[in-house]
Design a protein around this ligand. Structure first.
Ligand SMILES: Nc1ncnc2c1ncn2[C@@H]1O[C@H](COP(=O)(O)OP(=O)(O)OP(=O)(O)O)[C@@H](O)[C@H]1O
Ligand SMILES: [Mg+2]
Length: 251
C-alpha cells in the first residue's frame, strides 16, 4: 500500500485534566479530501495544531511523506509543505491581496531578504502571485486591501497564501464557516479541484459539504476517533448519529 502523505500515530494532548486529543491515529492519503468532523470541543482544532506544530503533543508522532516531523517547529513543517488555514483567518488587513499572497510566495522561494524591494522588481514573484490568485478566482481583486474584502474573499486569500507555500498537504480548519451559500458553494468547488494538486484534511461543520466533498470521514468525540470510513458509511453509523444528538445531526 502507498505510504500516506501525512500520518499521525498515538497523538495525545491534555489541557489541565481534559483529554483534548486522546491517542489518535490519522492518515491523509495522496489526492484525498479527508474530513474531520465532531461536535464542538471534540478536539479537531487541537489535532490540526498538533499536526502543524503550534501545539506540542504529550505523546505521539507525526510523519510527513515518510519523514518524522514531530520535533520540527511550525515554520520547519511549513517549509516541508505542511500548510494550514485557521478557524479565524489571519491576514494583514491593511495590505493588498497581492501583498498578502506575495509574502508566502517569496518565503517559499527563499526570497524574504529585502522583501519589499524584491517584490517590486521580481517579475517571477509577481507572475507566480497572479497565477495563484487566478487559481482561487481573485486576480481582479489583487490591489484591494484585504480588510475591505468580504468574509468569503478573505477565506480565498487564506487558501491562496497556503497554496503559495507550494504545499504537499493542506490542513483547513472550518474554511466554510460563516460564508453565505454562494460563497460556500464556490469555495467547496475550488477545494474539490485542489485535490488534484494536494491532499486536504478538512475540518468542517457543514455536513452537506463534508458528505459531498470527502473521500473519507473521521469522526472525533472527546478527543477519540469513534468512526472512520467513506461518507455513506459514516452517515449511516449509529454511533455517529448518537454523538450528534442534540448537536447538528450528520445527515
Ligand atoms: N489552549 C487551551 N487551553 C485549555 N483548553 C483548551 C485549549 N485549547 C482547546 N482546549 C479545550 O480542548 C477541547 C478541544 O478543543 P478544540 O478547539 O480542539 O475543539 P474543536 O473540535 O475544534 O471544537 P469547535 O468545533 O468548537 O471548533 C475543548 O474542550 C477546549 O475547550
Ligand atoms: Mg475548532
Amino acid at each position: 500500500m502507498t505510504e500516506p502523505m501525512l500520518r499521525a500515530r498515538g497523538l495525545a494532548r491534555t489541557f489541565g485534566g481534559l483529554r483534548a486529543v486522546d491517542d489518535l491515529d490519522l492518515d491523509l492519503a495522496h489526492a484525498e479530501i479527508h474530513a474531520l468532523i465532531g461536535p464542538n470541543g471534540a478536539g479537531k482544532s487541537t489535532l490540526i495544531g498538533l499536526l502543524c506544530g503550534t501545539i506540542t503533543p504529550d505523546r505521539g508522532r507525526v510523519v510527513l511523506d515518510g519523514r518524522d516531523i514531530t520535533r520540527l517547529s511550525p515554520a520547519e513543517r511549513a517549509a516541508r509543505g505542511l500548510a494550514r488555514s485557521f478557524q479565524v483567518p489571519r491576514l494583514a488587513a491593511p495590505l493588498s491581496v497581492r501583498r498578502n499572497v506575495m509574502l508566502p510566495v517569496a518565503a517559499a522561494r527563499g526570497s524574504c531578504f529585502r522583501f519589499w524591494r524584491a517584490c517590486r522588481s521580481d517579475r517571477v514573484l509577481q507572475d507566480e502571485t497572479m497565477r495563484i490568485l487566478a487559481r482561487v478566482g481573485l486576480e481582479r481583486r489583487a490591489d484591494i486591501a484585504v480588510g475591505t474584502l468580504s468574509h468569503g474573499e478573505r477565506r480565498l486569500v487564506e487558501i491562496a497564501c497556503a497554496l503559495a507555500l507550494r504545499p504537499r498537504v493542506l490542513l483547513l480548519d472550518e474554511p466554510l464557516a460563516g460564508l453565505d451559500p454562494a460563497s460556500g458553494a464556490g469555495l467547496a468547488a475550488l477545494l474539490a479541484t485542489l485535490t488534484e494538486e494536494v491532499p486536504i484534511l478538512l475540518v468542517e461543520h457543514d455536513m452537506d459539504a463534508v458528505f459531498r466533498l470527502a473521500d473519507r470521514v473521521t469522526v472525533l468525540v472527546r478527543g477519540r476517533r469513534i468512526a472512520q470510513g467513506p461518507p455513506a458509511v459514516i452517515r449511516a453509523d449509529p454511533a455517529v448519529r448518537e454523538a450528534y444528538l442534540g448537536d447538528e445531526a450528520p445527515c
